[in-house]
Every structure is written in C-alpha cells, then in structure tokens.
Write a protein that binds this ligand. Sequence first.
Ligand SMILES: [Fe+2]
Length: 195
Amino acid sequence: MVNAVTEHASMREEVRQLWPEIAWIDDAKLREQVTDTWVLALKRSTLKPDDLKQIPFTLLVPNCPVSFMEHKRCVVHIARAGATAMKEFMGRALPVNMDTVIAGAILADVGKLLEYELGPDGKAQQSERGEALRHPFTGVALALECGVPDAVCHIIAAHAAEGDLVKRSTEAFIVHHADFMAYQPFKNSQNIKMK
Ligand SMILES: [Fe+2]
C-alpha cells in the first residue's frame, strides 16, 4: 500500500516534469484532473516517460524527426499564444476560456499512450487497441475517468480528423489548428530537415 502511494506520487512528479505547462492552468482542480489523467495513461501504457521524448509524434510521417513531447509541448505553446491573441483582439465578441484551451491541448494526445507501443525493434507502432480505437476515443475515456470537464473532453474528442464531423467549440478550433499547423508541414518531405 505504501509502495503504491509512493509510486503514485513519483508518477505525478514525472508528469509535472514532462509537462511544465500544467502550471499554466489557473484552476487548481483542473490542474489535478489533467495530472491524474496523464498518470492514469502512464499506468495503463507500456510506454515510459523517457520513451515519449524519443518516439516520433506521429506514425503517419515516415522517419518523423520530431519527438512526441517536442510536438505536444509545441502545440500547447501555439494554442496558448493563439488564444491570447484572439482574446486580446476579439475577446469582446468571442469568449475564449484559456484554462480549457491549455488543458485540452495538454490532453489532446494522452490517448496515444494506449494507441502506441514499442515493437520488437524498439520503434513505436500501433497497438492492437490503437487499431480499434484511435487516441481521441481512448483519450476521452481516460479523461472522463479522472473527472475532466466535458468542455475539455470535447477538445480531446474533436482535435483530430474525427472532429471534422463535430461542431467544434472555439477552444477546440484553437487546439485543432495549433495541432495541425505543427503537423501538416511534415507531410511534405521537402520541408523536413533531418539532423
Ligand atoms: Fe492527436
């Protein structure tokens, strides 16, 4: 029991180190729910925090040169900057909830911890579960289990192509476009500079 408690506390610390951006969330309860969701995902995943700094952020780009954490953190930074500009210039007409944007961006790909696994060659591959359920679905399941509010779960559900069939909230549009502007340039191999 003591071991389980210690392990849980150390996983929370690992999540805080992976995601300094969690501290940007003003609401303390939401901060905890976001942290809990990442801890739960790590507990259910075969991937370790260090793997997230190595594996590519997508399997859809051959030899993708950017890691999962580099891409994910970049998206959170883009989403916050975009939301800040929208609030500054258009906030009078278009309310934007900054906590929802940040939490949604941090959680958008949490389901990839169940969608991906390391293959026998040590490279990331899609898991059996991932073939049945892409990360927007597993991400929502993990987040709901941790009490994450529906407005944030909506972003997880609608951030990717599946969300094109959904009437996105303002916050979901912001995260969707932040995610895609940091993804789509990689689909043209001429844009990629390999190290
Ligand atoms: Fe995604």
